[in-house]
Design a protein around this ligand. Structure first.
Ligand code: CAA
Length: 393
């Protein structure tokens, strides 16, 4: 029979942060709250890409946080990376996605799948924050069905010639390196895709209009277009036909980053709602005295804690080298839907003040929504989880 004692000893993993992880959390929190939080409302209102936030991340040696020192990184683990994303998001969601798209969607695949020459060439400037990364998979006519990409890459000698468009590119006009997934042969479907690192300034590479979004308004999001754009074969990540797998491997890591972002957004909203509940008076009491408010605060905190543990679990799996596709999808699915539920409740705690821009509650709610959509919608996460379950993984 199970006793309380042997239940406790059967717990497989301790989620206590190491001293180093705790230090990362405190350091980034301090910086994000002091520097990024005060600018977040203005960035949102003016739809302004906060280049100064990027420069501060670079000066703080954070742009290559999970990569080895030999490539200019900080050599830290992925739990630390998730902590960094969460702390940035709790202050400014725009800054967190600028950061996670750079690290997870561009530098990380180059680190995992690049040749030594590619790593030496691309990673040091990215880790130093001198070059900003982006990822280009979706197209005007294909989002969830990633294999249906129509942007063509035709090989001619030692170059590919790119023609077509890519949509919803985070870091849009601001990035320097774009990891582009393109098709070499429509008949081959996902087996015809190729992953190419395209540099800003390449001939025929132009930008569409900036998207006017519901949230993360400071993040630069646009379409990118290629017209006879030459890309050296030396910039191909993996082999011919590996593009789909490069994209899926990239998104496995990226989805943990978005889950961490969702946790940070929910935590930031909760922090503001909790503070407000201790100040706002109704019926001669501060509203934190009412069970209606206490229960909302309790529910939100419980859900944030559960989501954070899923993020840490997926990050530990990523660091261990085991396949973590399902863990990443669990974390993204739960954390993003939790962030949406939680931020709606935080607006409710603020009442009328939650509905206006004088307080940040409405911004957190708008910023939360995208976490259910980008890097694979909630529906795609359920598909990935189900596919893994059916395979016995
Ligand atoms: N790792 C490695 N390989 C993988 C993999 C993974 N996680 N997932 C699938 N594969 C492999 C499969 O093993 C299979 O290989 P074989 O051909 O050798 O058998 C191949 O890829 C095809 O797999 P599926 O048949 O499962 O592929 P599918 O067509 O059914 O698609 C999908 C599955 C999950 C729906 C996938 O298309 C998907 O993830 N779609 C969502 C795309 C997405 O997240 N887009 C967001 C873009 S980024 C963004 O949001 C913009 C931004 O800047 C933030």
């Amino acid at each position: 029979m199970l006793t309380a004692n042997n239940i406790a000893t059967e717990l497989p993993i301790s989620f206590k942060l190491t001293e180093e992880q705790q230090l990362i959390k405190e350091t980034i929190r301090e910086m994000a709250q002091a520097e990024f939080a005060p600018r977040a409302a203005e960035i949102d209102r003016d739809h302004r890409f906060p280049r100064e936030n990027w420069d501060l991340l670079a000066a703080s040696d954070l742009c290559g946080l999970p990569f080895p020192e030999q490539y200019g990184g900080a050599g830290l683990d992925h739990v630390s990376y998730a902590i960094a994303v969460e702390e940035l998001a709790s202050a400014c969601a725009t800054t967190s996605v600028m950061y996670s798209a750079h690290v997870s969607l561009c530098a990380q695949p180059i680190f995992i799948l690049g040749t030594e020459e590619q790593k030496q060439r691309f990673l040091p400037p990215m880790c130093a924050g001198k070059k900003l990364g982006a990822f280009a998979l979706s197209e005007p006519g294909s989002g969830s069905d990633a294999a249906a990409a129509k942007c063509m890459a035709i090989q001619k000698g030692d170059q590919f010639i790119l023609n077509g468009s890519k949509n919803w590119i985070t870091n849009g006009v601001e990035a320097d390196y774009y990891l582009v997934i393109a098709q070499t042969d429509q008949n081959l479907k996902h087996k015809g895709l190729v992953a190419l690192i395209v540099e800003k300034g390449a001939p025929g590479f132009t930008f569409g209009k900036l998207e006017d979004k519901l949230g993360i308004k400071g993040s630069s999001t646009c379409q990118i277009n290629f017209e006879d754009t030459p890309v050296p074969v030396a910039n191909m990540l993996g082999g011919l036909g590996d593009g789909f797998k490069v994209a899926m491997i990239t998104l496995d890591g990226g989805r943990i980053g978005i889950a961490a972002q969702a946790v940070g957004i929910a935590q930031g909203a909760w922090d503001h709602a909790f503070k407000y509940s201790k100040e706002r008076v109704a019926f001669n009491k501060t509203i934190n005295n009412f069970q209606a408010i206490q229960f909302m605060l309790a529910d939100i905190q419980t859900e944030i804690d559960a989501a954070r543990l899923l993020v840490y679990h997926a990050s530990v799996a990523q660091d261990s080298g085991e396949k973590f596709t399902k863990h990443a999808a669990h974390a993204k699915l739960f954390a993003s839907e939790m962030a949406m539920r939680s931020t709606v409740k935080c607006v409710q705690i603020f009442g009328g003040y939650g509905y206006v821009t004088d307080y940040p509650a409405e911004r957190y709610m708008r910023d939360a929504k995208i976490t259910e959509i980008y890097e694979g919608t909630s529906e795609v996460q359920r598909l990935v989880i189900a596919q893994n379950v059916l395979k016995g993984l």
